[in-house]
Design a protein around this ligand. Structure first.
Ligand code: 5GP
Length: 185
């Protein structure tokens, strides 16, 4: 499955915004909807932002081997269902996964042809500002996410492509070049 792209990096680095802008430029790129056991945030809808599952439902999929990757993050589980990927790739459509680092490591084993891209913040402060500014997490959750982010940042060296999210348009330019370079070599 060479039409699979993985965008990873710490929470709060701006993956969501970058992906939205990238998909405006490369509209054929589908976005994989992940499964999660976390609660929906205001404005998030079932099946569009995530497949929101109970702990039991998620565990059943784990036992059945339905996930290409899954990870526990900040006390909740997140994962990519193989069926969700197949829905897009069976029709020849390239698909993008937005996942955290442990999951990206698993994809290296389960989908070795996937193109993996790590997004870096320009600085640690930039990350904190974004997580606080987003206003969706409590102060404890922000601290928890920042602790995880420190570990995640040290993984950047494992990835072939690293994009620094400093100037948004420059970062999107780089992402577009990587995607087009892979799809149209
Ligand atoms: P959030 O709760 O902010 O939506 O997501 C928290 C973290 O989980 C983010 O870093 C996001 O990229 C990651 N994530 C979302 N979906 C998946 C998934 O399917 N698998 C993995 N491993 N991580 C995911």
């Amino acid at each position: 499955m060479s039409g699979v792209f993985v965008i990873t990096g710490p929470s709060g680095v701006g993956k969501g915004t970058l992906i939205r802008l990238l998909r405006e430029r490369v509209p054929e790129l589908a976005l994989s909807v992940s499964a999660t056991t976390r609660q929906a945030r205001p404005g998030e809808t079932q099946g569009e932002h995530y497949h929101f599952l109970s702990d039991e439902e998620f565990a059943r999929h784990v036992d059945a081997g339905d996930f290409v990757e899954w990870a526990e993050y900040s006390g909740r589980r997140y994962g990519t269902l193989r069926e969700e990927l197949d829905r897009h790739t069976s029709g020849g459509r390239p698909v993008l996964l937005e996942i955290e680092v442990q999951g990206a490591r698993q994809v290296r084993e389960t989908l070795p042809d996937a193109t993996q891209i790590f997004i870096r913040p320009p600085s640690d402060d930039a990350l904190r500002d974004r997580l606080v500014g987003r206003g969706t997490d409590t102060p404890e959750q922000v601290e928890r996410r920042l602790n995880v982010a420190g570990e995640e940042l040290s993984a950047a060296g494992e990835f072939k492509h690293v994009v620094v999210n400093d100037r948004l348009d420059a970062a999107v330019d780089q992402l577009e070049a990587i995607v087009r370079g892979t799809l149209e070599p």
